[in-house]
Design a protein around this ligand. Structure first.
Ligand code: PLP
Length: 397
């Protein structure tokens, strides 16, 4: 235990030294640059000093609030000696990822977070005014990037039970095939936490035009428990035009270190590669490689997340509020009123909760934090919302 504390302190010490001004300007509003998720999180939390940030319960951005395990901290600490280099031993991160999935190095493209991968897919397949087909709401950065490069999105609303409308999405992709650059499937979906069952994923892959790229965003893969779900990586091995995006920001607890990757057939990776920044830092290459090996640490995070998600959802239901059943490290609760002012009320109570996800404007997205953070969330929730008695249907006759 003591060793863990020491190595973490050493690591942070090194980090502070590297960015110097952090320690010399206490109280300044200094925020790290990250991918689209970081930008959205920053906007949602607004201006804040580092001291204010530290006091907050941070359940807004689907992070891993326990941080990386000892094995990963150690690997990153050992890599500090390379930070002055361009060429250096990189922990064989590409090879490690390829072996982890049973694919070849030519099937892997690294990104500074999977957010970069999503952008690279957008740039590769949408330039020239193509369209992306996807669900609404889903992880919005794909659509925002499309807008930024003057492409468009065909967004298909979720069904009433918040499932993706797979048949309507397939139909839209086929109907507009000539204009569609790729199909986006976020599985499990953010913000709902709901999976698209494996049979439906097959249905999508079998029923889209033969060469239409399908981007399957599996950022929350590691939290899923239902046997209804499967990763789409086997389709890559079959040579289907499937691009799976994965991240070290969630289960691995490395969001600020920025590492994600794509798994796809080699010809697709070759098309994407020129658009990638190749800006992954040496520390996270070593940390990522160590993380893949520490399956026990990942299993522990998963079980803590599921236990706390179940407890918080049960508490909210007992208090009279509906929760969408989730397979991820976040869930949505139905508030019965507009979410925007509620986000601010939580913030006043030093609890950062998820941003609005139109058109689900009466739902609040809550990430799973530590037990202490979830307790603070429930206390704040009960201060903001009254208990509701549920309508019980008494059987007639
Ligand atoms: N995809 C989904 C569904 C996400 O929710 C996020 C972040 O919240 C990302 C991708 C991007 O994460 P990162 O760039 O940190 O890998």
């Amino acid at each position: 235990m003591a060793r863990h504390a020491v190595s973490r302190r050493n690591f942070m010490g090194g980090m502070a030294a590297a960015v110097g001004y952090l320690s010399t300007r206490p109280g300044a509003e200094l925020w790290a640059q990250g991918g689209p998720a970081a930008v959205a999180a920053q906007r949602a939390r607004g201006p804040m000093t580092p001291e204010q940030y530290d006091r907050m319960a941070k359940i807004s951005s689907n992070e891993n609030n326990w941080g990386p395990p000892e094995s990963v901290m150690k690997a990153m600490n050992n890599a500090w000696k390379y930070v002055g280099r361009y060429g250096y031993p990189d922990g064989n991160i590409v090879q490690r990822i390829a072996e982890h999935h049973g694919v070849k190095a030519e099937n892997i493209l690294l990104g500074a977070g999977s957010g970069e991968i999503l952008d690279v897919v957008g740039t590769t397949f949408l330039l020239g005014g193509k369209k992306v087909v996807g669900a609404d709401p889903s992880y919005g950065s794909v659509y925002q990037h499309a807008t930024a490069i003057k492409a468009e999105a065909i967004k298909v609303p979720l069904l009433a039970d918040f499932q993706q409308n797979t048949s309507a999405m397939i139909e839209a992709a086929n109907k507009h095939a000539a204009e569609v650059g790729f199909y986006y499937l976020c599985n499990p979906n953010n913000p709902t936490g709901i999976v698209v069952p494996k049979q439906e994923v097959k249905q999508i892959i079998d029923n889209l035009p033969k060469d239409m790229p399908i981007l399957i965003d599996e950022a929350y893969h590691h939290f899923v428990n239902t046997p209804n779900y499967e990763t789409a990586i086997p389709y890559v091995l079959e040579g289907r035009p499937v691009i799976v995006a994965r991240t070290f920001s969630k289960i691995a607890g490395l969001a600020a270190m920025r590492l994600g990757y794509a798994v796809a057939p080699a010809p697709i990776i070759q098309k994407m590669r020129p658009f990638a920044m190749n800006s992954i830092n040496v520390l996270v290459k070593h940390g990522g490689a160590a993380s893949l090996l520490d399956t026990a640490a990942q299993a522990e995070v998963k079980s803590k997340v599921i236990a706390l998600r179940t407890k918080t959802s049960d508490d909210l239901k007992a208090y009279g509020y509906d929760v969408i059943p989730s397979e991820t490290n976040f869930f949505m609760v139905h508030l019965g009123r507009q979410v925007q002012p509620v986000i601010e009320e939580f913030r006043q109570k030093e609890v950062l909760v998820g941003r609005p996800f139109p058109p689900m404007l009466e739902h609040l997205r809550v990430s799973i934090g530590t037990a202490e953070e979830m307790d603070r969330f429930m206390v704040a929730f009960k201060q903001i919302f009254p208990a509701k008695t549920r309508q019980t249907n008494v059987a007639q006759g």
